[in-house]
Each structure stands twice: as C-alpha cells, then as structure tokens.
Design a protein around this ligand. Structure first.
Ligand code: SF4
Ligand code: SF4
Length: 442
C-alpha cells in the first residue's frame, strides 16, 4: 500500500513503525473472511482491511480520532485472526495498538464511556480491588436489567452478568514464594500469578505449581509482579500498560540475577501474548529495552514449557472427550496450535475440535463488557460449535475465554493445565465428570 507521510511525521518512531506496517498491506482482502466482526456485521469498516484504511487516513493526515474511527476500532477484538490469514505478514497487532493509543490521546469519549473505562482500568488489573468489586457485583446483579435499559450503561449490565455467583478465596500460591521441586530438579521457572485469573480461578496456578514441582521443576512466585498490562494496553492506556510491564521486568530480572530462570511460565494466553511483546513495547526505553527483550524471550505458555519436558506416563487416563477451545491469543497471538492438544491426548483425553475454531469467542479482555452485543453473538456461535462436538467438557488456556464460554454453556470448562495436573496425579478439577473406564472411552 502506498503511503504519504512527511519526513517530520516519520521522525516519530511510532508513526514510522505504523508506516512500515501499512506498506506491507496489499489490500487483497483475504483477512476479511476470517475476521469475526466482519463475519458478524458484514461491514467493510469492521474488517481488518477497512480498519487499516481508517488508521492510515487518520495517521497520514495527522488527524485526531473521530467518532467513525473510534466506533470501528473499538469493535475490533484484537483477536489477531487477520494476522494468521494475511499472506503479506501485515503486523496488524502493532498497528491497532498504535491506533488505540492515538485514540486515547486525541479523542474525548462521552462521559459514561469515560467513566466505565476508567473504572475498568483502576479495578481489573488489581486483584484485591477486583475481588471487592466482584463481591459488590453479587449485590448489583439484581439491577442489571435497569443498567441495560440505558445505552451508556450497558457495559455495567454486562459486567454484572459476567460476575461469578461466588468469588473464590485468595490462594496462598499467589503470594511470593519458592516452591521446591518434588522430584530430582530439572528446571527453575517463575510463574506469573496475574490479576483477573488469580481472582476468578486461583486453582489454575495451584494446578500449575503442583504439576511442575511434581515433575521436578522449582517454581518461583516473584515479589513485585502484577498485571501484565494487557487490559490497559488494549484500552489504549499506554503509560499505565508500560508501567505494569516495567514492574514485571524488574521482578523477573531480580529472579534471573538471583538463581537464573529457564522460563517465565504463563497460564493465561492473553497475558502471554503481551509479555512476549514486552521487547517491542519497551524498545524505546533505554533503561528497559534490553531487559524487556530478555524477558520476552523467556516467556512461555505453560503448555509450551511442558511440551519441552520429557513427561512420564500419566498416573491415570481419564478417558473423557474434551472439546479444545484454542484462545485467539494462543493460536493467533502466540501461534501455539498443536501443543495443548498433543499434551491432552498424551494424558489420556480424547480431543475434539469445534468447527470455526479460528473465530473468537467474544471475550477479548474487556470486550465482553464494552461491546456486549457483538460479544454475545460471538459467544453463542462459539458455544453452538463447541456443544455440537458432544464432548464431556471444554478445555482452554485463557481465563477470559473460560468466563465467556461458561456464561453461555452448562458444559464444564476447565483450564488445560488443571486437566493435565489431574492426569499426572493431582486432584480432579471441580465440576469435571468422573474418569471413564478406558474400554468405554473412544
Ligand atoms: S490479508 Fe493482509 S495484505 Fe490482504 S488486505 Fe488483509 S491485511 Fe492487507
Ligand atoms: S484483530 Fe480480529 S476483529 Fe480485529 S480486525 Fe483482526 S480479525 Fe478482525
């Protein structure tokens, strides 16, 4: 695609990066067919190609964002399906991240939108505040219908409806500690305890620590780590996101200096995609660029790390049929497609793949709160495809998808690592059916 940026514009490294990306797009439109918002809404401006044109026009003409740009960029899930499809290697993720930051700086949103976004940004990344808000949501759920009737307050209704009926107690695993290997030591990793996941399902990190230590890996929960920054990054709040990234880089570098780390293990693929991008996000910060690149190089999804270990025979083979839902941040963001399925099969599960696996479930960070109507359509489509597999349960590697799919299906939905922990000697995850006799399994 031809671009017309002035030399003065290109002196801004963010603009220069976006120009490079824009020039790789040949406007072939292949990406439209796999874009969930184009598939749902049928509007070119809600397709990757349409958004690329809107961003190009805004940046080239040095314009503040306007309502049209904001509407269509806000509707983008950042699912990155377009990046998987694109034959020209257009780095849509970095382009849309720049556009969102530009929107945040140059566009004044309506008051209620500002309030809702502000509330999400000061709540969700902080586990204690999030836990307190979820408890309040339990009381507020009765008023969800009232909030839904006011257009600007629909996100509040969505938030109340998504909130779990009970909030699990905080887990000891989230506290800074070193969990010693329980077999001859073969590795040392840090684990990201995260923000939303540690509140909504602390059992995921508990299962990870149990499984890894049983396999001979020392697991460190470093002091000072927190939210990866993805939630605020996707809202265009760049400085807040970079502050989270810097705090995590500092926490992990301390551990690297202390005892070395083989990997930084992440159990939420949305966080993994962002941490693997820290090197890019902090490239312009001389104090952090090198350290951030090192951290990104060490970041691994838990399934990536497990696949690199020589796993023993599982303690039992549960024999259940699992519908594997590949989170967008797993398959498109990190290009991890076969490892989780391979591990599940190796642990004695039958893996079934739902149709239209490339399409987002509509969770996408805060998307299911900020764009509840499109999100609900995508969820219902996803749930129908999952349920059509006839599986006993659903496995996935991202807490956002777990919450989203659970809001539309009664099938048990569990993190992949919780199932692996069970097969390799840990407890059965809550809500999962009993293991089937192997003869009865497929
Ligand atoms: S598939 Fe790639 S090159 Fe083609 S229009 Fe989409 S982003 Fe541009
Ligand atoms: S990130 Fe997802 S929703 Fe956004 S343009 Fe690409 S495919 Fe469409």
């Amino acid at each position: 695609m031809q671009t017309n940026f002035s030399l003065a514009q290109l002196a801004d490294p963010h603009v220069a990066e976006s120009e490079k990306i824009l020039r790789t797009c040949v406007h072939c439109g292949f990406c439209t067919a796999t874009c969930p918002t184009y598939v749902t809404l049928g509007n070119e401006l809600d397709s990757p190609r349409g958004r690329i044109y809107l961003i190009k026009d805004m940046l080239e003409n040095y314009r503040p964002a306007d309502e049209t740009v904001v509407t269509h960029i806000d509707r983008c899930l950042s699912c990155l399906s377009c990046m998987t499809t694109c034959p020209s290697g257009v780095h849509y993720m970095h382009l849309v991240d720049h556009a969102r930051a530009h929107i945040e700086k140059t566009y004044r949103r309506p008051l209620l939108d500002r309030l809702v976004r502000g509330l999400l940004a000061v709540t969700l990344p902080y586990p204690d505040r999030m836990r307190a808000s979820l408890k309040l949501a339990g009381i507020g759920r009765a008023f969800a219908g009232l909030f839904r009737a006011v257009p600007g307050l629909k996100p509040i209704a969505a938030m109340l409806e998504l909130a779990p009926r009970s909030v699990p107690a905080a887990s000891d695993v989230a506290r800074p500690a070193v969990h010693a290997a329980e077999a001859p030591k073969r590795g040392r990793v840090a684990i990201l305890t995260g923000c939303a996941q540690s509140v909504l399902d602390p059992g995921i990190n508990e299962a990870t620590v149990r499984l890894l230590t049983r396999l001979g890996v020392e697991v460190v929960v470093p002091a000072g780590e927190g939210c990866c920054g993805a939630l605020t990054h996707h809202m265009g709040r760049e400085e807040q996101a970079l502050d989270f990234a810097r705090a995590n880089v500092d926490a992990w570098m301390r551990e690297i200096d202390k005892g070395g780390l083989d990997a930084i293990v992440i159990t939420a693929s949305g966080c993994g995609t962002t941490i693997k991008d820290y090197g890019f996000m902090l490239r312009l910060d001389p104090a952090y660029a090198e350290k951030a690149a090192r951290v990104s190089g060490l970041a691994k999804d838990v399934t990536e790390y497990l696949a690199g270990l020589d796993l023993p025979e599982p303690a039992m083979r549960p024999g259940l049929a699992v519908a594997y839902h590949s989170a967008c941040s797993m398959q498109h963001g990190q290009k991890i497609t076969s490892l989780p399925k391979m591990l599940l099969q190796g642990a004695g599960f039958t893996v079934r793949e739902p149709r239209e696996g490339h399409l987002c479930c509509g969770s996408a960070g805060t998307y299911n709160i900020l764009q509840p109507e499109i999100s609900a359509k995508l969820r219902d489509r996803k749930v129908a495809n999952i349920e059509a597999t006839g599986a006993d349960l659903v496995a996935t590697g991202n807490i956002g998808c777990m919450t989203q799919i659970a809001s539309g299906s009664s099938l048990p939905i569990v993190h992949t690592v919780a199932l692996l922990d069970w097969a390799y000697g840990g407890p059965k995850p809550a809500g999962v059916p009993e293991a089937r006799a192997l003869e009865a399994a497929e």
